[in-house]
Design a binder for this molecule. Structure first.
Ligand code: CO
Length: 453
């Protein structure tokens, strides 16, 4: 899920369409650093180090890595039940594939330069070790994201409806996290991290079908697939782009390369403006030829990566994808969604089309609501999603009806934020790649990395 630049947000606030970004102080107290105090740190044994399973390879194999080691300690139980391999479509919970509760590690990248001391620092390794519960929750969600992706790569084809694709992704996510999300509170414990973005061609972000949508994916379309998975509010935000016509290859390669540049440059004490400059330079070194005309690939200048805090997809920091950004630094323990967007159009997005994405604001004001349906809907949102983003289909699925007036009322009262689709000019093509990274004390972990992207 993308973040818009601050100036765009404040401009919108003047129009009453949206308000400022959520204040990280409000919900930030239970972020990563909240985990640094009270966890069990007795586990010093290297053999029990959960960093033995990897995301790229042994990930889909439940019998591999540390999971296997843990298993050895227990007496062998002969259980006929309990499937051990993933199905198609994926319906086996990740926790049943890794019964030891140890999940595949993402891509670990050592810090460089002034931060290279972190790799071997005992203090930093200790800080990392006591954060193990947080890490396992993140890795469980990331493994679910990868396995749902596998379904996407095998099944998303022209001729499918966007509704079919979105429901395929969401049903899989719910099954793999073990949270069907129909009982009150279940969506907050785990499941879908934000609405499945299926944004086609000039639509860059935040499009998902509402009820009755009949849009069919076409052979010449370029579709951004942006979905989230969460376990205990630890949101994995990762996206890729699908195109069936090879003429778009350079556009996709530009964006993939730009995102990897951002991931490479990100680190503790790195200024976000420097990351933005590096991303833009990579992105704009590409061009793409479409039907005889050559287009420069532009970084979409008012879309950003962002930090993530527990239960909130946008923590308050932005990671620009062009030069000239602010000098805010990334800090130890923070989590970032590094996402870049390339376009053959203007390289600038505006709001358009029907809204589908919403989220309860972490800093929602406590105001009296005169519309009764707004009051009851707010209660449903608080109990089922908290501050985790949702879309209209998720309300439909909970049996909510005729809620639009109430929902619009919550948006205009500044309690719920609407995230309208973001579009470049008609006729242009946009692409996106995104990963979530953890700035662990001793190593950077690209938690959502897979062998696909
Ligand atoms: Co995002």
């Amino acid at each position: 899920m993308a973040a818009k630049t601050a100036d765009e947000l404040s401009k919108l606030a003047l129009n009453g369409a949206a308000t400022k970004q959520p204040n990280p102080q409000v919900s930030g107290t239970n972020g990563v650093n909240g985990h640094l105090s009270d966890q069990d740190d007795s586990d010093d044994d290297k053999d029990d180090d959960p960093t033995t399973a990897t995301a790229n390879g042994s990930g889909a194999n439940p019998a591999s890595g540390a999971a296997k080691k843990k298993k050895k300690k227990k007496p062998k139980k002969k259980k006929a039940s309990g499937p051990k391999v993933q199905t198609d479509p994926p319906r086996v919970a990740i926790k049943d594939l890794f019964p030891g509760g140890v999940y595949p590690v993402g891509e670990e990248v050592e810090y460089k330069n002034e931060n290279s001391f972190r790799t071997t620092s005992e203090e930093k390794r200790h800080l990392d070790r006591i954060n193990n519960d947080f890490l396992q929750e993140y890795r469980q969600g990331a493994e679910a994201h990868r396995q749902v992706r596998k379904w996407c790569h095998a099944h998303i084809k022209p001729g499918m409806s966007l509704t079919e694709i979105a429901e395929g992704i969401e049903d899989s996510t719910r099954a793999l996290t073990g949270h069907p999300g129909l009982e009150e509170g279940d969506n907050i414990k785990g499941g879908v991290g934000f609405p499945t973005g299926l944004s086609i061609n000039h639509i860059a972000a935040h499009y998902t079908p509402n009820a009755g949508n009949k849009w069919i994916l076409g052979e010449k379309d370029v579709m951004k697939v942006d979905y989230g998975v969460h376990i205990n509010g630890r949101i994995v935000d990762s996206a890729f782009t699908v195109a069936f016509d090879p003429k778009y290859d350079n556009l996709l390669n530009a964006v993939k390369d730009a995102t990897n540049t951002g991931i490479r440059e990100a680190g503790i004490d790195v200024r976000v403006c420097d990351i933005g400059a590096a991303i833009q330079e990579t992105m704009e070194s590409y061009e793409v030829e479409l039907d005889g005309k050559t287009y420069p690939v532009k970084a979409i200048r008012n879309l950003n990566g962002h930090d993530i805090i527990q239960h909130s997809i946008h923590g308050g920091k932005s990671v620009p994808i062009v030069k000239g950004g602010d000098q805010t630094k990334m800090e130890e323990g923070e989590i970032f969604a590094i996402e870049t967007f390339g376009s053959t159009g203007r390289g600038y997005v505006t709001d358009d089309l029907e809204v589908s994405h919403y989220a309860l604001r972490a800093d929602a004001p406590n105001v009296a609501l005169r519309v009764g349906s707004a009051r009851s809907l707010l209660n449903v949102i608080k109990k089922n999603f908290g501050t985790i983003p949702f879309c209209r289909r998720y309300l439909d699925r909970l049996g909510q009806e005729k809620y639009l007036l109430g929902l619009n009322n919550l948006v205009s009262a500044g309690i719920v934020e609407a995230y309208p689709p973001l579009v470049d000019v008609k006729g242009s093509y946009t692409a996106q790649f995104e990963h979530t990274i953890l700035l662990r004390p001793n190593v950077k972990e690209v938690i959502s990395r897979g062998d696909d992207y």
